[in-house]
Design a protein around this ligand. Structure first.
Ligand SMILES: Cc1ncc(COP(=O)(O)O)c(C=O)c1O
Length: 469
């Protein structure tokens, strides 16, 4: 069984190791990105903004690098440049690219039917595996994306409580349905007071009537939360949150914060939804709820669950989930619980839990080495900044702060410096997203060689990166 203590030990060991500064080899610079450029220009003529998801082009200046294939922890772009992949498809590839267990499970399943359109034995088997891993999962309901999972969870919470309002936190992202697309980003000029954040639609096109059902609060602040909950008690169906905030860089909950939120939810009789789309099957076998020992009423999973196949799940209390069904709470989807994705999920969860959860131990150790190595290099090359998070997901912030505990502090992070650092790393064969509000993520496929490659690239990049002063 993997424990939080092991994660803490991984970090302190990595810290001690990082102090032993070692000489690293210099890396050849990647210089040819011509096919990526040409294909992106062509894509812009056929796909809006040249991509099927905005985040794939957002922040990518001057143009996005386009990938051709991937294996394990490495990806190759259209110009045959190879990178250590620290984006891992936004966290989905928890076992790395083209893991043989997933390839073989999906191939076998395709030969027996990609989807059967009924409940299957495989579906029951994967549900049982999820229940055995996730502490609060008394029942499991499958869908295909994180967006669908949070959308269903919110509706289930509203139907179960008979109330309309949803409380979400500033800086948290729960997918691209209208219920939750408020105050995902809050630029300073319009953000309002930190204790009482303004409610800002993330995109145009979201009806004002929906905005009336959403309440925004400051995260990681129990007093601020209780005030908002008290003010809305009676109308509030649920509180939804990322238990570790991974959509504003990576911000950890303060000691006991999650427990306090649990108590506030109980006191005011409101459901608590953990969006574990990023943290699930990543921080620990049972996600952040296991890692921090706090049980939500409902949870949402996607990304790592399928190891790259589009599968998601809503899990939670038996009495709440048990209300889903014909004539009660609606839940649907042609592709829900399709056999192809379930086969990928079964293989992924089996590999993750093999040898007493070894993959989680491994991700924490490898990630901690990169985190602590980066921290030491930032200091050595005199850059103002911090590296924070946990081994499997963390972020570098170029900031004067010694710790970031809330969304508003991220507004003063030097995003341009991060972008320059990222582009220097890219030229040295390390790939992550240029927007510092995304994350660096580690898969079970990353190894010691990757640690050395990333730190060698970081050493040269941080040496070259101009100082803030
Ligand atoms: C925390 C969180 N919730 C929900 C989602 C939405 O998931 P999907 O993109 O699969 O719809 C994401 C996606 O990045 C996420 O990070």
């Amino acid at each position: 069984m993997f424990t939080k203590l092991e994660a803490e030990n991984a970090l302190s060991q990595a810290r001690a190791e990082a102090e032993r500064r070692i000489a690293r080899p210099s890396l050849p610079l990647l210089t040819n990105f011509s096919r990526s450029y040409a294909t992106y220009q062509e894509a812009r003529r056929h796909l809006p903004s040249g991509a099927s998801s905005n985040i794939r082009v957002h922040g990518h200046d001057p143009f996005p690098i386009l990938f051709k294939n991937g294996l394990g922890s490495r990806v190759r772009d259209l110009d045959e440049n190879e990178y250590v992949d620290l984006l891992i498809a936004y966290g989905a590839l928890i076992l790395g690219h083209a893991h043989p267990a997933i390839v073989s499970a999906v191939t076998d399943q395709l030969q027996n039917g990609s989807m059967l359109g009924t409940t299957t034995e495989l579906e029951v088997e994967v549900a049982k595996k999820v229940q055995s891993m996730v502490p609060s999962a008394e029942m499991v309901s499958f869908s295909n994306t994180g967006t669908e999972a949070t959308m269903e969870a919110v509706r289930v919470a509203r139907a179960f409580t008979g109330r309309e309002k949803l409380l979400k936190f500033e800086g948290h992202y729960h997918g691209h349905h209208d219920y939750v697309l408020f105050s995902v980003e809050s630029p300073s000029v319009v953000a309002g007071l930190e204790q009482t954040p303004s409610k800002l639609p993330f995109y145009p096109g979201i009806p004002e009537e929906i905005a009336k059902t959403v309440v925004i609060a400051k995260w990681n602040d129990t007093t601020a939360l209780e005030k908002v909950v008290r003010r809305n008690a009676g109308d509030l169906a649920a509180i939804i949150m990322e238990p570790v905030l991974g959509s504003s860089g990576v911000i950890l909950p303060d000691e006991d914060y999650l427990q306090s939120v649990r108590e506030i939810a109980d006191k005011y009789d409101v459901l608590l939804i953990f969006d574990e789309v990023l943290t699930g099957f990543r921080l620990a076998p049972g996600g952040a709820q296991e890692f921090y020992g706090v049980k939500p009423d409902l949870s949402c999973f996607a990304k790592a669950l399928g190891g790259g196949a589009p599968i998601a799940a809503v899990t939670g209390r038996g009495d709440v989930m048990g209300m889903i069904g014909p004539g009660r709470i609606g839940y649907g989807g042609t592709y829900n619980g399709n056999s192809m994705c379930l086969a990928a999920a079964k293989a992924t969860l089996r590999e993750l839990t093999r040898n007493d959860d070894e993959a989680f131990r491994h991700m924490h150790i490898i990630g901690a080495r990169i985190m602590e190595g980066l921290r030491e290099l930032m200091e050595r090359y005199d850059h103002e900044g911090i590296v924070q998070g946990l081994g499997p997901m963390f972020q570098v912030f170029f900031t004067k702060e010694s710790k970031i505990t809330g969304y508003r502090q991220t507004l003063n992070v030097n995003i341009e410096r991060f972008k320059t650092f990222r582009n220097l790393m890219l030229q040295r064969g390390v790939y992550f997203h240029p927007d510092g509000m995304e994350r660096i993520m580690i898969s079970a496929a990353h190894d010691e060689l990757d640690v050395e490659r990333v730190l060698a690239a970081a050493e040269e990049s941080l040496r070259e990166l101009p100082r803030a002063h």
